[in-house]
Design a protein around this ligand. Structure first.
Ligand code: ATP
Length: 234
């Protein structure tokens, strides 16, 4: 039986524009087991990135409960959330979000600064992660010296660095051609086979099908969820 790592219950979120409040998430519920690969899809503007930001503790819901490893994180203050985030969550964004002025190695090592590793430990771990994504020979280069596909693989190495076990991935192929997109998706599947829990936001049904389970959002609600074939306990 697998352990439940993420569980959101009746999550609501709206954004205010002036006096007008626009509801985005309207009572979203689902859970994710350790080692599972879940794809979140739905039309543009339906709240996928908002949901991923809440899952990654980058944003807070207006109401509802969110548990990570059975711990109620939706009630935590900003410092407590940041501590859980750096210990437990790795992010991969569509636009890579690498720091252009830092070497590839330093970009990957960055999350390790927050957990207090010394320089040698950070560099060793960053090289290990670059090796996992097939880019250890690019460690000394800067992001703008790499192709888009390579930059996305660097951002995946960065998400692996802190060994957080959970990867939240937002449209990772959006800025890539189809060959590079396919290579990035194959890499994510391989990392999932090695044990990483993945929540992927994607528009592409071909990529959504690579996940164990697909969740479809419409009007801020889960409308379709493919069968869970893993037994999961809280
Ligand atoms: N910080 C914000 N302030 C105000 N409105 C926001 C904010 N973030 C998101 N929204 C609004 O919330 C809605 C959902 O946005 P979100 O980015 O979550 O959708 P999405 O499903 O990821 O869209 P896409 O597929 O186009 O990336 C949109 O209408 C968006 O304009």
């Amino acid at each position: 039986m697998k352990k439940e790592v993420l569980n959101i219950k009746q999550i609501y979120k709206s954004f205010a524009a002036g006096q007008v409040k626009t509801p985005v998430l309207n009572g979203v519920c689902f859970s994710v087991c350790e080692g599972e690969y879940v794809a979140i899809s739905g039309p543009s503007g339906c709240g996928k990135s908002t949901l991923l930001n809440i899952l990654g503790l980058l944003d807070t819901p207006d109401s509802g409960e969110y548990y990570i490893d059975g711990l109620l994180v939706s009630d935590m203050n900003a410092n407590e959330r940041a501590a859980v985030r750096s210990r437990r969550i790795g992010f991969v964004f569509q636009a890579f979000n690498l720091i252009d002025e830092e070497s590839v190695l330093d970009n990957v090592a960055l999350p390790l600064k927050y957990r207090g590793d010394n320089l040698k430990q950070r560099q060793r771990r960053a090289l290990e992660c670059l090796d996992k994504v097939g880019l250890s020979d690019k460690a000394a280069l800067f992001p703008n010296q790499l192709s888009g596909g390579q930059q996305q693989r660097v951002s995946i190495a960065r998400a692996l660095a802190a060994d957080s076990g959970i990867m939240l991935v937002d449209e990772p192929t959006g800025n890539l051609d189809s060959n590079n997109g396919d290579a990035v998706m194959a890499l994510l599947s391989e990392l999932n086979r090695q044990g990483t829990t993945i929540c992927l936001v994607t528009h592409d049904p071909r990529y959504a099908q690579m996940a164990d389970r697909q969740i479809n959002l419409l009007d801020g609600k889960v409308v379709i969820e493919t069968a869970v074939n893993i037994e999961c306990v809280a």
